[in-house]
Write a protein that binds this ligand. Structure first.
Ligand code: XMP
Length: 319
């Protein structure tokens, strides 16, 4: 007779047993997983928890403020807002290979954590919101030989040199279960219902070179797209929706003039656990209206496409 209430009690007991009276740091990524992990940890060890919210400059519009405000002001967690945009974007300059991007971001995360962990007396543990599908997918591709599809930055063992032990209280859960647990822990429904957001953030939605200019365009287009989805009441029917900015500019015409701006792709999928996914069957009216809004409201984009690839053979993210 398994319930999330019982899981929560057991998870809290195990965390207390593992952590004792030591300090824990937890990386808040802005996603649902790390948020639920932080809330669970906070309930288990209270003030022994310090969250580090790494602002890598690859977040969505208003994301940093929303996350920091919620955890600091509404949930009373100790949150350090690590403003490391310069560091991340600097190291990513000129890099276009997807795995190289992921490795750079993963490594910098560890560096940044180490820096903040060193500032916390007695920090011995690092908590992460790793889910069951993360564990599986980074190990093997079902049925086939052991192949790494993408190196998830939140999985795969922190280097020994970091000297922190790992706490992963969500390791046995799927996404839908994490949401139920989040509700149990009192996170607001609007927050729990948010679409998943990957640790490497907008970096993997910006194929090719990442520049500040492209990220700004991407953030604006993504905000318009999500606004459209909410206005049409579709947000909760969709597992994940986002814009990817393509590494190509195309010719268009606006008013009397020729434009030469970026193309973008809209992505929206349904899924149960992120392991497989189908593209979402938007109406043509919705797609047309959204394309018009993005082109009118987002300088720098003059062409909008819709990605109709399922997973497999595609992945949800573009990189
Ligand atoms: P893919 O693109 O592999 O994504 O089909 C499956 C799900 O995982 C998310 N994703 C990540 N989440 N760190 C994360 O925390 C990562 O490195 C990462 N890469 C992909 C993706 O957004 C989708 O929900």
């Amino acid at each position: 007779d398994w319930t999330m209430g019982a899981y929560r009690e057991e998870a809290i007991r195990l965390i207390r047993e593992q952590v004792g009276d030591k300090q824990v740091i937890c990386g808040l990524s802005g996603g649902v997983d790390s948020s639920v992990a932080a809330a669970l940890l906070h309930e288990a060890v209270g003030d022994q928890l310090t969250c580090v919210f790494v602002d890598h400059g690859l977040l969505r519009q208003n994301e940093a403020e929303e996350v920091v405000t919620m955890f600091r002001d509404h949930m009373n967690l100790h949150v350090i807002h690590a403003e490391e945009q310069e560091l991340f974007l600097g190291e990513l300059e000129g890099v276009s290979d997807p795995e190289t991007k992921r490795k750079i971001i993963g490594k910098l995360f560890i560096d940044v954590f180490q820096k903040y962990a060193n500032g916390i007396d007695g920090a011995e543990f690092l908590a992460q919101g790793t889910l069951y599908p993360d564990v599986i997918e980074s190990v093997s591709f079902s049925g086939g030989p052991s192949v790494t599809i993408k190196s998830h930055h939140n999985v795969g063992g922190l280097p020994e040199k970091m000297g922190l032990k790992l706490v992963e209280p969500l390791r046995e859960l799927f996404k839908d279960e994490v949401r139920v647990l989040g509700a149990e822990l009192g996170l607001p429904p609007s927050f729990i219902g948010r679409h998943p957001f990957p640790g490497p953030g907008l970096a993997i939605r910006c194929p090719g070179e990442i520049t500040r200019a492209k990220l700004d365009i991407l953030r604006k287009a993504d905000a318009v797209y999500i606004d459209q989805i909410r206005k049409h009441g579709l947000y909760d029917d969709i597992w994940q929706a986002f814009v990817a900015i393509l590494p190509v500019r195309t010719v268009g015409v606006m008013g009397d003039g020729r434009t030469y701006d970026y193309a973008c792709a809209l992505r929206a999928v349904t899924s149960v656990d992120g392991m497989t996914a189908d593209y979402y069957p938007f109406s043509h009216d919705f797609l047309g209206e959204t394309a018009t809004r993005i082109i009118n409201e987002v300088p720098g984009i003059n062409r909008v496409t819709y990605d109709i690839t399922s997973k497999p053979p595609g992945t949800i993210e573009w990189e």
